[in-house]
Structures are given as C-alpha cells and as structure tokens.
Design a binder for this molecule. Structure first.
Ligand SMILES: [Zn+2]
Length: 414
C-alpha cells in the first residue's frame, strides 16, 4: 500500500462557481479527477474527512463516542478530533508519534468531521509520503491534462486500480482486527457498592481504582490505543448500558473489573479468577455470576431486560459475540498467566458463567475477580494503592502481549 502511494501526486483544484464548492483531485497519470464536496465557513473551505480519505485512497474510521476520526494512509494514521486544533500522525512501522497544531479546528457537522483544506494538504504532505499541492488555477490545470492515447496505458491503469482496490479491502479487514479501542468496565458504582470487605472496603471503589490505574498504563505505554471507561466516577451504570457503550465505541476488548467475596466474613478463601461468558456448570462459578448479576434488581424494568442465561438459550442470547469466543479465551489464558506471575495470591483459574455485563459486549471480553474482600489480608492489598497498581500492571502486561499476538495472527491470516 505504502509503496504504491509513494508515487501518487495529487493536485487539489478549487472551484468556487457553485453554492456548495467542489474540490477536484487529479492523480498523476489519471485523466478524470476525483471530486469531493467542500463546505465554506468564514471564507475557508473544509472537506469532509471521510471523503478526503476516499480521494487519497486511504481508509477512514470514526469513533462516535470520542468524536475522533482516523485517516489511514499506508503505514501512517492521521488522527483528529472534533473542535480540536491538534492532530497526530502515528507511524505504525516506527511506533512513533508526531503532533501538529494549526489555527483551524476540525469542524463537526451532522456526525461528520470537516478539515480545512489547506491544513489537510500541509499536514499530509509534511507527515506522510503522499505529496499534495493546492492549486487555485483550476482551468489551467484542467486544460493541460490530456487523455492517454495508448490503449496499453489504459490497461495498465486498470490493473493498477484493481490492485489498489484489493489492497484497500485487505487494509480495511486488518483495521477491523487492530486492537485500537479498549473498554474498561469498573464493576458496580453509585448506590450499588458491590461486595463489602471485612473492614468496610467497597468493591466499587477497588474496581474504579484498578481501572483508572490500568487505563493510565495503557495510555502511557500503548499511546495508539484508545481507552474508554464505562464509568470514571462513583455512579450507577446499568449493566446493559455498559455493553452498549462498548459496542458504540467500537471496542476491541472489554474488561470488567470486580472483587470477590465469600458469604462468611472473615474467611480464608483468596485469589483471583477470570471469567468467560459461558453457561455456568460449576456451582461455585454460578454463584459468583448470580452475585454479580444481582445488581440488575436495582434497575427499573430489569425483568423485561435480562433473561436467565442457561445452556439452552445461551447461543441465542450471545449471538452477537459468537465470533469472539476464541479471542476471549486466548486473552483469558494470557491474563491468567500474567496475574499468576505478578500477584502474590492464588490463581483460581479461568472459569465460565453467565454474566449479564458480558452478554451485551460484542467483542472479546472477560470479567476479572481480582481477589476476595472477605479475606482480611487480601482486602488490605485490594484497598491499597500499591496493591491496585500491581494488579493493574499484571492486566496491562496481558493486554500488551495479547495485542501483539492478536495483531500478528490476524496479519498472517488475512
Ligand atoms: Zn462485582
């Protein structure tokens, strides 16, 4: 893709004759220009970012929650945010970022992002291998162009175009598999405290603490990944809304963070366990899921919204994520290994049960019970900043490994 794009030379020509202006883009060796609409705001011309991606033969992705757009040009990701004057260029081969600032912010109209044309031309020319020129003399450029007479040339061009479109499809497939958005779900919140420890530690606080630390680590060490949280404060969020949010944000991994508790307090059971969404078969695992699912009773109309997850209706209820089970399993396996390595507590293994919070998330997902609040020693670890940081680090390391493995596998398979 990059090799091909290197030799593309574009000329933008502005025509201001009509009400809604158009931009013509001439590719080197091509006769007919591609045309994109522009809008005029304060005597500046803006092009919609998805159209810009299209005319540059790039790929476009848009995150409606963050209002962020990405244009993928070969190995470069050009990222911009609604109402922001800052842009980033991420080079996926070097894993490096460049930041840019311009006086014209990205404009947001009807779910579309628009970029000022001169800004786009300057930034893309400066930070990618594509060279673009803005040419105000539309007529002259248009007249100078002459159609290729050789049939052979036309054939070559058709072959090249076909190849480019195939490559674009391939890139689009890869893009779908890139682990670029992670949704962290701190369990409970607001009037739902979750489990309560021997000394009064609340599960909702521990979950939020670990989640924030985990998110910070991802942002620091994997800056190309977006981190989103289902809650960032002590508020109640219905279980079904958590998965819905993750889907709308086009999350590629969903991690729900919780703490366990034994009925007897204090008591000796301790350790972490990782849950996959499957019909529960072991009584203890079913009990954990029932306890976590209990919270739906605090929601209005809960009985019409949630159905009991059984072996019989499991496939139907979890249809949206049937394609992600293998990845969820792989992530759970890596996570179990990393937590075992880094935490000074027992691994209770990877288990399965029917958690409502995982049902709605159409992406690889796991629920982590990070430890037992009913065990005095473990409660101390879970409530401490250091303890939470260690847990966050172990989850982060699993994400890092999973990301490399997942993206490499997908690259190989596609
Ligand atoms: Zn919980």
């Amino acid at each position: 893709m990059l090799k091909y794009l290197k030799y593309i030379f574009l000329i933008f020509t502005l025509s201001t004759a009509q009400e809604r202006d158009s931009v013509k883009i001439y590719f080197k060796d091509e006769v007919s220009p591609k045309v994109a609409d522009v809008v005029q705001i304060d005597s500046l011309q803006y092009i919609s970012c998805d159209e810009l991606a299209e005319v540059l033969n790039g790929l476009y992705s848009y995150n409606s929650i963050l209002k962020k757009g990405n244009i993928w040009l070969g190995n470069t990701r050009f990222q911009f945010t609604a109402n922001s004057e800052f842009f980033t260029f991420f080079d996926t081969t070097k894993n490096s970022f460049t930041f840019a600032h311009t006086p014209f912010a990205i404009i947001f109209i009807d779910s579309l992002l628009f970029i000022e044309i001169e800004t786009a031309v300057q930034q893309i020319s400066k930070s990618t291998t594509i060279k673009i020129q803005l040419n105000p003399f539309i007529q002259i450029i248009a007249e100078k162009k002459s159609p290729p007479k050789e049939v052979e040339d036309k054939k070559k061009l058709d072959v090249a175009k076909k190849r480019l479109s195939e490559m674009q499809k391939l890139e689009a497939e890869k893009l779908k598999w890139m682990l670029d958005v992670i949704v962290i779900d701190p369990g409970h919140g607001g009037h739902d405290p979750g489990s309560i420890g021997v000394n009064g530690t609340l599960e909702k606080d521990v979950a939020l603490g670990i989640s924030a630390k985990l998110g910070r680590l991802i942002k620091q060490k994997l800056p190309e990944v977006e981190v989103l949280y289902t809650r960032t404060s002590d508020k109640f969020v219905e279980l079904y809304k958590r998965g819905k949010f993750a889907n709308e944000a086009k999350g590629k991994l969903f991690i729900s963070i919780h703490c366990n508790s034994h009925e007897q307090k204090p008591s000796s059971p301790k350790g972490f366990e990782i849950y996959l969404l499957r019909p529960g078969k072991i009584a203890a695992a079913i009990r954990v899921a029932e306890k976590e699912n209990e919270v739906v009773q605090l929601e209005e109309n809960f009985s019409s919204r949630y159905q009991r997850i059984t072996e019989d209706n499991f496939i139907l209820l979890t249809l949206a994520q049937s394609g992600h089970l293998k990845q969820s399993e792989k992530f759970a396996e890596i996570l179990e290994k990393e937590m075992s390595k880094k935490l000074e507590t027992d691994s209770r293994g990877v288990k399965q049960a029917g958690f409502y919070v995982l049902v709605g998330a159409s992406m690889p997902n796991v629920l982590v019970e990070t430890g037992y609040l009913s065990n005095t020693g473990e409660e101390e670890v879970l409530s401490s900043q250091d303890g939470q940081q260690t847990i966050a680090k172990s989850i982060f390391e699993a994400i890092r490994l999973y990301k490399v493995m997942h993206e490499n596998t997908m690259r190989g398979e596609i």
